[in-house]
Design a protein around this ligand. Structure first.
Ligand code: FUB
Ligand code: ZN
Length: 654
């Protein structure tokens, strides 16, 4: 029985309180293009995306599949057949978006040449009225805009996102102009007084807000807002390829502002709420904010894995019922975790509350990062929390939404580290990097050095021409306060708080906890050094009783990382290990492929069944747990996140 949403009052309005500066936000994110990342953990991953991951995307897009050929065929106008799936164009656009970030960050001329080549082909496939979609153009334009499930809007949204990113990264307008023509075409067909439209796979809403920010044309923001108001009125039509009788699948049961529960397809939901938060950013519409907080609580308090992954069911690629979080069967699509990062960032921007970044961090370092192999060229679509050894990383997928999505997220990591408000700097993520802030009293250079997530020590060096009085807010990770995730879905066995300490020029100072941030407001001078020390103890996590499959089990966490045991470190097995409540774990550095990680080791009872299968005993042997994101990089083998705390709860499955 999938989750439903029940209607309350129906209130529709197009908000007119537009504010181009986004002054309704409490935190403005610093754009990735202003952040130079030199972090030991993230920089190699960003480089890997710019080379290996995007190379894989390019190879699959133009050689192994017909994605680029489809654009060429449209331009040739010879009635050739469409290749692949009807929404394959979207993967081309997401790859270009990732290329754009990589071009800016890694200064790759080769990627720019490739992107320009693709953009020429895309532009040549645009119809005179601005429409752009290779599937309908090759199969029959007369069928366009009839079936809301057919992703025409979703594809257009990804094109806009890619075009905006490419314009930001290179200053080149060609693709942006293509996207604007498409958006104007959409605007000419749909909107108040024109045709109704319910986006079948949300994405266009958030993309239109990006287009609004880039062009400052209010009509795109209004169109995004209007699309949100179209939901929940029973206007959806078409739906040929999937069963939308349960309109909760597309979050279309009730108007967005009346939504109370999370329902349906996880990626659609994440993009919808990201778009709603974006609209609220500029309109200040409290209706969206209140609804989103209710839905967010439903996600985080009842429907989120400890990895920050969401969408447990494969049948609808989404949410099922509250507390239904199976481990081995977890769907947990990589794209859904990517969406969690987007949505939680927007919620933080709107509220200034750090708990959203706690969730963002959990999804980023665990559920999302798990989607990309350490080699950068293999991917997970689903990210289960247990495997009998058959789950494996793939080079590509028939439905290939995840590879370019994780690529664009990692390539744009700089977007999520810092924020600013009037006279306040926010440090949301701890990533070795440099940026600068234009504050009311002058320019401040900000250098962060850290070995996070392996160490919680963060050192910031400030630079400025003259003294500046401003507040600096360092996020106090929820896990350091004894809170694994907001709500009470998960708790630590030992939930004692170990709050970070803050030193300025070597002297410890007291700080106030404001909305989850350690805030210091003072006059700073050139060369000031702020040391922020977050204790990184090993935590044992337990889940609420309602999470039946986690009963009498524990998960391990250190810093933001969730751990798992994998057969590769444990004699090929992961399901025969018992982790008693009082097990003592210590840290050990190790390499997994080329990745230097901190593993957790302990001497634990391990069940051994005799060769003839007639007897069993336990030995206490050294067991190793590794960061969840790093599993399945040494071939497919068994894995578990939730470890039984006694032999009674062991489940042999290998
Ligand atoms: O429908 C487009 C994408 O493909 C969705 O976001 C994913 O869940 C996959 O179904
Ligand atoms: Zn996906």
């Amino acid at each position: 029985m999938f989750k439903k949403v029940f209607s309350s009052c129906l209130v529709f309005m197009i908000c007119s309180n537009l504010n181009a500066q986004g002054s309704h936000v409490k935190v403005n994110p610093v754009n990735f293009s202003k952040v130079t990342i030199n972090d030991e953990f993230w920089k190699p991953k960003i480089d890997n995306v710019a080379t290996k991951t995007l190379q894989a995307c390019i190879y699959q897009t133009e050689e192994k599949t017909g994605r680029i050929r489809n654009f060429e065929k449209v331009a040739r106008k010879k009635g050739e057949e469409h290749e692949g799936i009807f929404f394959d164009d979207s993967d081309v656009f997401k790859a270009i978006e990732a290329m754009a970030y990589a071009i800016k960050t890694n200064k790759s001329q080769a990627l720019m040449t490739k992107a320009d080549e693709w953009i020429d082909k895309i532009a040549a496939a645009q119809q005179p009225d601005g429409y752009l979609n290779t599937y309908y153009t090759l199969t029959g334009l007369e069928n366009r805009w009839k079936d809301m499930s057919m992703h025409e809007d979703y594809i257009g949204g990804h094109m806009i996102e890619a075009a905006v990113a490419y314009f930001d990264a290179t200053g080149k307008r060609k693709f942006l102009d293509v996207a604007i023509r498409w958006a104007d075409h959409f605007d000419s067909v749909f909107g108040p007084g024109k045709r109704d439209w319910v986006t079948g796979h949300q994405e266009l809403e958030l993309a239109l807000v990006k287009l609004y920010k880039t062009t400052q044309k209010e009509k795109y923001l209004k169109l995004a807002d209007w699309l949100l108001t179209e939901r929940g009125k029973g206007l959806g039509v078409g739906y040929t390829w999937t069963d939308w009788k349960d309109t909760g699948y597309v979050q279309d049961l009730v108007p967005v502002k009346d939504q109370k529960e999370i329902t349906g397809h996880a990626v659609r939901a994440m993009y919808l709420y990201t778009g709603a938060a974006d609209v609220a950013t500029y309109t200040g519409d409290q209706g969206y904010m209140k609804a989103m907080r209710r839905v967010w609580e439903d996600v985080v308090y009842r429907n989120m894995y400890i990895t920050g992954g969401i969408g447990s069911a494969g049948t609808n690629e989404g949410f099922s019922s509250d507390y239904d979080l199976p481990n081995e069967q977890a769907y947990c699509e990589t794209c859904a975790s990517v969406g969690m990062v987007f949505w939680n960032q927007r919620m933080n921007n709107l509220t200034g509350n750090a708990e959203y970044i706690d969730v963002l961090e959990r999804s980023l370092y665990n559920g999302a990062l798990d989607g990309l192999s350490l080699s950068g060229d293999h991917f997970f679509y689903g990210n289960p929390l247990a495997s009998d050894g058959r789950h494996s990383r793939k080079e590509w997928f028939g439905t290939a939404c995840c590879p370019s999505n994780i690529a664009r997220l990692i390539a744009s990591l700089g977007n999520f580290i810092y924020g600013y408000a009037d006279n306040k700097i926010f440090v949301n993520l701890f990533v070795g990097s440099e940026t600068s802030f234009t504050l009311p009293k002058g320019e401040m250079q900000f250098k962060m050095q850290t070995n996070y997530p392996w160490s919680g020590d963060v050192k910031c060096v400030l630079g400025m021409k003259k003294k500046i009085k401003t507040a600096i807010a360092f996020r106090i990770p929820g896990w350091s306060k004894g809170i694994p995730a907001p709500g009470d879905l998960y708790t630590f066995f030992d939930d004692k708080a170990e709050k970070p300490t803050l030193l300025i020029n070597g002297v410890e100072i007291t700080y106030t906890d404001q909305d989850g941030y350690a805030v210091v407001d003072r006059e700073w001078k050139d060369g000031d050094i702020v040391e922020y020390r977050i204790p990184m103890t090993i935590k044992k996590v337990v889940a609420r009783n309602e999470l039946k499959l986690d009963n009498n089990r524990m998960a391990l966490q250190r810093g933001p990382l969730v751990y798992c045991v994998e057969g590769a470190d444990n004699n090929g097995k992961a399901w025969n290990i018992v982790s008693p409540k009082d097990a003592v774990y210590t840290t050990e550095n190790m390499d997994i492929v080329n990745e230097n990680v901190v593993s957790l080791v302990s001497y634990l009872p391990v069940l051994k069944i005799s060769d003839d299968g007639l007897s069993a005993n336990t030995n206490s042997i050294k067991v190793r747990a590794i960061p969840y994101y790093s599993w399945c990089n040494r071939g497919s083998n068994p894995m578990q996140v939730w470890l039984p705390i006694s032999l009674n709860d062991i489940k042999i499955n290998y």
